[in-house]
Design a protein around this ligand. Structure first.
Ligand SMILES: *Cc1c(COP(=O)(O)O)cnc(C)c1O
Length: 392
């Protein structure tokens, strides 16, 4: 008997990295020595003090709640650490009703649609962009209206491109700066425009801030919540994954607009029951010591960024060094006529190197490819050698 699946599942686009994984597996099966630079998942381990705090909290028999549902017995240290981090980092004050601990951002993004959208509603998403914004809408029975990001606008969302009737109807608008995959950064003036747009059209501005701490050369990413009054219309999704080498831990937070935070908490209480207390204590430790933990992590990515960009630029590319994220976003070589799928396939075929084709992030990502810097320097060097070998 075939199980009858939901129509919503049928509406999901193929998972970008699932397709990539299949191609890699096929090449490996043929004996190709594959090097993948496709996935943004830090290779360095979580810093020791954070792991030690996890162990301490997990072993603390004097804590009667250590095994309980994280939503019913949250670690007060977590919310305090978030509040203190936002105050130190951005001079933003968050009330107790403006913070919810999440199982990382992906989970929270996916549940936000269910928290605020009805079937038939519209949400606005940028393209190229992180696929989960659309998925959040689909699972809520809602639809996505795509607004392209364009290189000639420095990949910044242009609010004037939103058609009037879409702005009237939309419930939510997703932004992500520093941006995956384009490495673009927003200014506080940009966030002021976003807040004004949200206020004018009564749209929740959902800012995905996954890379705010992955920055270089002295660049500091702003928070949308620095805009006065932003918490009337905006929430920010912060995650420990990329900043603290904690992808597998599944911990982050949503902060800002109290009604949206509460709505998301309600969805979470009814589905996931929250994050293990020990993980919350450990996340608090990470945030409380962010000033010590983050710089050495950024040093590694900066070194790799320089290696990749300098090597490619010495071989025909002209890429500007991104000041943020853990990626390099570069145009495909001229001979591929902007066909990122063809370039990625050819590269895998001829060299065994896997890069992410830009069109996987949507039509306007076409013509570009993405390299992740979450691989050891030696791996990156070997991959670059192979990449430039077919470019000559
Ligand atoms: C990695 C990533 C996330 C999700 O990270 P989590 O591990 O779920 O916190 C969210 N948004 C963007 C743009 C990302 O690249």
């Amino acid at each position: 008997m075939d199980v009858k699946l939901s129509e919503r599942l049928g509406q999901l686009p193929p998972y970008l990295f699932a397709d990539l994984r299949r191609k890699i597996a096929a090449a490996r099966a043929e004996g190709v020595d594959v090097i993948t630079l496709g996935i943004g998942d830090p290779d360095y381990p979580t810093p020791d003090p954070v792991i030690q705090e996890l162990s301490r909290a997990a072993l603390d028999a004097s804590d009667p709640n250590r095994h309980r549902y994280g939503c019913d017995a949250p670690a007060p240290e977590f919310a305090k650490a978030i509040q203190s981090f936002y105050k130190r980092r951005w001079d933003v004050e968050l009330g107790d009703d403006q913070v919810v601990c999440t199982m990382g951002s992906k989970d929270a993004i996916a549940k936000m649609g269910m928290a605020i959208m009805n079937p038939g509603d519209i949400g606005i998403i940028p393209e190229p962009g992180y696929p989960t914004y659309n998925i959040s809408h689909v699972f809520a029975g809602a639809r996505s209206h795509i607004i392209p990001l364009r290189p000639e606008k420095d990949w910044l969302f242009d609010f004037d491109e939103v058609p009037g009737e879409v702005a009237e109807k939309a419930k939510i608008l997703w932004l992500n700066y520093p941006n995956n995959p384009t490495c673009a950064n927003a200014t506080i003036e940009f966030f002021e425009k976003a807040v004004a747009f949200g206020r004018l059209h009564n749209i929740l501005i959902a800012h995905d801030s996954a890379y705010s701490e992955n920055t270089y050369d002295g660049y500091k990413a702003p928070s949308i919540l620095q805009v006065p009054g932003a918490d009337e219309v905006a929430v920010e999704f912060f995650s420990l994954s990329k900043a603290f080498n904690m992808t597998g831990w599944r911990v982050g937070c949503v902060v800002g607009n109290a009604s949206a935070v509460k709505a998301l908490s309600t969805v979470k209480d009814n589905i996931d029951n929250g994050t293990l207390r020990a993980v919350q204590f450990a996340a608090a430790k990470a945030l409380d010591t962010a000033e010590d933990i983050i710089p050495p992590i950024c040093e590694v990515y900066k070194r790799r960024r320089d290696l990749v960009v300098d090597t490619l630029n010495a071989n025909g590319w002209s890429i500007e060094k991104p000041e943020s994220t853990i990626y390099i976003w570069a145009p495909v070589p001229d001979e591929y006529d902007g066909d990122s799928g063809k370039y990625a396939a050819d590269l895998l075929d001829k060299t065994g190197v896997v890069v992410t084709p830009g069109r996987g992030y949507g039509q306007t990502g076409e013509g570009y490819f993405r390299i992740s810097l979450t691989y050891p320097d030696a791996t990156l060097k070997e991959a670059l050698d192979r990449m430039i070998s077919i470019n000559k």
